[in-house]
Write a protein that binds this ligand. Sequence first.
Ligand SMILES: *[C@@H]1O[C@H](CO)[C@@H](O)[C@H](O)[C@H]1NC(C)=O
Ligand SMILES: *[C@@H]1O[C@H](CO)[C@@H](O)[C@H](O)[C@H]1NC(C)=O
Ligand SMILES: *[C@@H]1O[C@H](CO)[C@@H](O)[C@H](O)[C@H]1NC(C)=O
Ligand SMILES: *[C@@H]1O[C@H](CO)[C@@H](O)[C@H](O)[C@H]1NC(C)=O
Ligand SMILES: *[C@@H]1O[C@H](CO)[C@@H](O)[C@H](O)[C@H]1NC(C)=O
Ligand SMILES: *[C@@H]1O[C@H](CO)[C@@H](O)[C@H](O)[C@H]1NC(C)=O
Ligand SMILES: *[C@@H]1O[C@H](CO)[C@@H](O)[C@H](O)[C@H]1NC(C)=O
Ligand SMILES: *[C@@H]1O[C@H](CO)[C@@H](O)[C@H](O)[C@H]1NC(C)=O
Ligand SMILES: *[C@@H]1O[C@H](CO)[C@@H](O)[C@H](O)[C@H]1NC(C)=O
Ligand SMILES: *[C@@H]1O[C@H](CO)[C@@H](O)[C@H](O)[C@H]1NC(C)=O
Ligand SMILES: *[C@@H]1O[C@H](CO)[C@@H](O)[C@H](O)[C@H]1NC(C)=O
Length: 619
Amino acid sequence: MRTQAIRSWLFFALLPSSCTARDLLAETLTAFENAVDCKSCHALLVPLKALAELGNSAFVDTIVTLCETLKLEDDDVCQGTVGEQGPIIAQDLRQISLSGQTGTLICDAVLGLCQAPAVNPHTVPIPEAAPANPKVWNSSGNAPFQVLHFSDVHIDRQYTPGSEANCTKPICCRNFADDTSTPTLPAGPNGEPKCDPPVSLADSMLEFAQQTGSSANFSIFTGDVVEAAVWLVNKSEVTNDLQDFNSEMAAKLQAPVFPSLGNHDVAPVNFFPRNTTSNASDFQWRWIGSEAASQVDHLSGSYWKMAPGMNLRIISLNTQYWYKLNLGLYDSDTLQPDPNGILAFLVESLQATEDADQRAWIIGHIAPGHVDALHDQSNYYNQIIQRYKNSIAGQFFGHSHQDQFEIAYSDYSNQQAATAIGFASLSPALTPRSGNPAFKMYDVDPDTFEVVDIKVYTTNMSDPSFQTTPTWELYYSARDTYGPLVPSLTATESLSPAFWHNLTEVFAKNESAFQIYNTFLSRDGAVVACDDTCRNTTICGLRAMRAENNCNVVMPGINFSRRHVRAPATAGRVYDLGCEGSGVGNIMQKLNVYLSSTSISSEITAALRKRLESIDSSL
Ligand SMILES: *[C@@H]1O[C@H](CO)[C@@H](O)[C@H](O)[C@H]1NC(C)=O
Ligand SMILES: *[C@@H]1O[C@H](CO)[C@@H](O)[C@H](O)[C@H]1NC(C)=O
Ligand SMILES: *[C@@H]1O[C@H](CO)[C@@H](O)[C@H](O)[C@H]1NC(C)=O
Ligand SMILES: *[C@@H]1O[C@H](CO)[C@@H](O)[C@H](O)[C@H]1NC(C)=O
Ligand SMILES: *[C@@H]1O[C@H](CO)[C@@H](O)[C@H](O)[C@H]1NC(C)=O
Ligand SMILES: *[C@@H]1O[C@H](CO)[C@@H](O)[C@H](O)[C@H]1NC(C)=O
Ligand SMILES: *[C@@H]1O[C@H](CO)[C@@H](O)[C@H](O)[C@H]1NC(C)=O
Ligand SMILES: *[C@@H]1O[C@H](CO)[C@@H](O)[C@H](O)[C@H]1NC(C)=O
Ligand SMILES: *[C@@H]1O[C@H](CO)[C@@H](O)[C@H](O)[C@H]1NC(C)=O
Ligand SMILES: *[C@@H]1O[C@H](CO)[C@@H](O)[C@H](O)[C@H]1NC(C)=O
Ligand SMILES: *[C@@H]1O[C@H](CO)[C@@H](O)[C@H](O)[C@H]1NC(C)=O
């Protein structure tokens, strides 16, 4: 009935001047109201595409008006986010046919209304078959060496102690232009749960890591330097933030750092165009000013380098080319199995590794089994690691902000220790938005380059001394905590894919063992209760380095409270587990959920009508 009401006020109030633009605004609103599943999402794309065809500003102004009037976000957030990312979606819509698979992908990633389409079969070209007698990598029992793993620092260089730490924007702890009231919760000097961290917190982590890992041979950093104020970020800020963090790591860590790009390390956020796009030439890679720079340029942000003095090749991938929220991937109906040649680069690098009797580590931002990974590229990635499993000694990612892992299998329909062929370690984040700030340190076998222990270090934000001097300490050792749960692990074995598979078997049988993992996810900082159904889904996710197997289903009418999880009552604060921040997709999903489930008051209707009329007159 409410749908009828809105439809009628728009038609009857606006139609008299018989302008098609007016019909379009009414149709857009109705389509948002009616979009509850994949089919009706495709119907919603019709007026959205028509709006986009009227121009970027018609598209942006309509979404901003709805966002502001319905108070889905603060006005500056609506304007900044939609203003930055809206034109990219408008351009995508102008270039695709609405019945095709790209439309379904947009309805999955941006609107949360379609399940990911079935994988498009593709055999990744691989130059040589696996050797009949692959090199055997045996440990000679030498003492392990150390590697530090940092991720998702999201440093906020405008963090302001004393500013509001409990605001209504996606991140707080800044002097925002529209916020003039006295702070209800003044930000402490070293970080707050609803904020990205100040430089002081990043410095304290790097200083502690250098001290504790003073013998570390190198570090890896798996992306997301820039804070999540996505509605304000611009190119010069991203460039400066990357340079500043590079210099800080160089100054505080003695050993070399191998970085990867994250989805926030670009402006507009989440826009990594394909090289088949006309806009790609405006695009510059700004990460490493080193000898790997020409590879980075050539390969859209990926490169490889040898670890210092070792037979170990570090292959760093720009995983944004398998990121489902990379709005640069949806600008054509032509399927591209390997955007920008990232997978071909991986094959080439692993073949070279095998030919040279070396081993490889793969590092990147988004793990291939994560819910944000596109199923096609994840499937193709798994073909590659299956072929080169003998050469790959480790895989390392970030993005989720949580302390997680993923296992790859030669046969996902027969998941057991014997078919486990790969293991990826996901680093927790520095940013306190998803729990206590943390990083990992690995003990690595110098003969095999396999991980023999993972130590997680954290600082406890609830500790009263945190705001004076953050104290970092060992949170747990995977070998000490999980090893005894898998008694078949021998003292000399590495933490192999089979070990991690066996651990998931323990998690499935032993509730209290699983709850240890669930607590570790956020370093005890934002623990979310996980019942038996949740435990099954979580274990399914651990056993899925291939996204099509991770048991994630898109739930139309997405529950935003899923992403905003309450911390333990003692902390009394809300943590944000989201990785994307409040992007344009988030705003469009809120709009859809709001319009399809809420009765709109007559005051809001009147305000909307007035503002849409003013857009209409400018069309
Ligand atoms: C891409 O380039 C075209 C033409 O230069 C421009 O109109 C469009 O806004 C650009 N799109 C983005 C997302 O920057
Ligand atoms: C590696 O270890 C296996 C079994 O542990 C053994 O059979 C093999 O001879 C060893 N290879 C080398 C090169 O040491
Ligand atoms: C970019 O953002 C920075 C930091 O927010 C700001 O100081 C600067 O004025 C912005 N530059 C442009 C060109 O908007
Ligand atoms: C895109 O990049 C891939 C990999 O580098 C390359 O093979 C391809 O030729 C490029 N395409 C265009 C249009 O530049
Ligand atoms: C790690 O660095 C130490 C100190 O520089 C060196 O002695 C050791 O050989 C290195 N480890 C490896 C595996 O290269
Ligand atoms: C963090 O500190 C709080 C307050 O001192 C304490 O209650 C809590 O147990 C600590 N958490 C951890 C993981 O040590
Ligand atoms: C894992 O379990 C399998 C089967 O139960 C066993 O054969 C294997 O030794 C175990 N491996 C490790 C590392 O625990
Ligand atoms: C279950 O896990 C806990 C660790 O939380 C361990 O103490 C206990 O021994 C395990 N139970 C069994 C039957 O293995
Ligand atoms: C979880 O998985 C186990 C094993 O597959 C199954 O027996 C159990 O019914 C599942 N529990 C729930 C709540 O789905
Ligand atoms: C959304 O989450 C809230 C809080 O967890 C819950 O009460 C509500 O039923 C959920 N709604 C849907 C549609 O799942
Ligand atoms: C933050 O603000 C919300 C909404 O005003 C309020 O419910 C909550 O208690 C506040 N949290 C803290 C820690 O002050």
